[in-house]
Design a protein around this ligand. Sequence first.
Ligand code: UDP
Length: 538
Amino acid sequence: QSQELSQVQIDYHAALQALVEDGTRMVCTGRMHTDRICRFESLCYSTEAEEFVYFHSNSSVMLPNLGSRRFQPALLDLSSVEDHNTQYFNFVELPAAALKFMPKPVFVPDVALIANRFNPDNLMHVFHDDLLPIYYTMQQFSDLDLEARLFFMEGWGEGVHFDLYKLLSNKQPLLREQLKTLGRLLCFTKSYVGLSKITTWYQYGFVQPQGPKANILVSGNEIRQFTKFMMQKLNVSLEESSSEEYIVVFSRTINRLILNEAELILALAQEFQMKTITVSLEEHSFSDIVRLISNASMLVSMHGAQLVMSLFLPRGATVVELFPYAINPEHYTPYKTLATLPGMDLQYIAWQNTNKEDTVTYPDRPWDQGGIAHLDKAEQDRIIKSTEVPRHLCCRNPEWLFRAYQDTKVNIPSLIHVIRQTVKSKPGPKKQKWSGSLYPGKVRDAKCQASVQGTSEAKLAVSWQIPWNLRYLKVREVKYEVWIQEQGENTYMPYILSHQNHTFSENIKPFTIYLVWIRCIFNKNLLGPFADVLLCST
Ligand code: UDP
């Protein structure tokens, strides 16, 4: 591995001299530790201290220069999980002169992206917390290209999905443990530290019960750009022409089982008149699973990390998530949120087992597999009698784990019934025409003209021009929304209009100033911006 780093020849003495003279330079984006990514030149890492080191010299730069606020609580989050106290990044400071007394630095010539993986053994976490954020962090900074090298500092081993991380760059990612073999003091010539959170859609319940993030900023388009990249790297081609439609049942083989899987597959095949196949992470290669899912009409699976693979479903497909007894589907929605992101164009259906006879519990297993034998008897009884797991925080709630690791005999008629409520004929993928949602611009040249009739009546004639971008678009329906507000009042009268002018006479008083707000609306729900407010005096 150490040979790999020296592939790019660097002039060692020049590099060392530059480090001593220039020290470390850091410029960051973001206002808070939770939205910060920092770019460094000559950031170092002591593999003995397991600390990053910032060297001060005459030319060093540290922006933001937070003083001791750098420790309140940290400079930045090293993973994409927000403000998690095991994922903080900071460095220790030294004068560059101290380098004289330190181990000889080993320079890392590759542009580095330094980050933490959050839970590399769980496929949902791999995609949501690591792969998508890494991919889009690399898109954000142009020198993080395919020749960049990823450094994972969380301290875990490769994990079962390491091959996926390798797809993101042409260089082998390095783990914290491996840095020791490279040297005692590593200096990254150029590095970025931290991950963009812009693509994440779910919070796991560390401070409030789990649920969709408050302000989701990603759409299906960006998700699909990412999956297209991954499929290219996996050598999975999108088979546009493949005609046969089929359903995929994604099964788990170790726990949270579907007990009547054969019956389920037959029932789905018969109901929808489609071939129905099973896949599992244990029995199929990752590429095979991606290939199968990327052409499927429907994906059926127990709640669980494997459902993140619906990332790869084609537009128009249906996701059916099965929940064990006493687990309220509304409380665990990472896959529902994914499927219903704007532009993902997937149909989402949740089914829950509501029959106690159809569930198999495992009270005697270890606690992390849902066992409850370690709890006192009263608590065990309460859990066994309970019909719904109350909302809870992550990650060790025994009642949640007990219910999450049940096996389920799926009640076929009830499942078919809920699917049929949404999927009326054959399930997707439909060759949908592009329903790209483009928003109108501002209306232009808005004008008003007032006329007064007598002492109590007045009229307000308002006109405007179409938004500039409309002339280049085919839009099914164009409407205008006009708000008329008397100056100084909090309320306004709203109107929806089809034409570019209208004379208002209702409730218009003479010798009054009105504020007129106008915006364009495409296809009922694509609301444009308001034009500059018009001041109209009657
Ligand atoms: N897993 C699997 N088959 C199983 C059990 C688990 O493939 O029978 C995978 C699962 O998809 C996830 C990882 O193993 O990637 C950890 O599973 P766990 O039950 O801990 O997490 P969950 O699926 O509930 O998120």
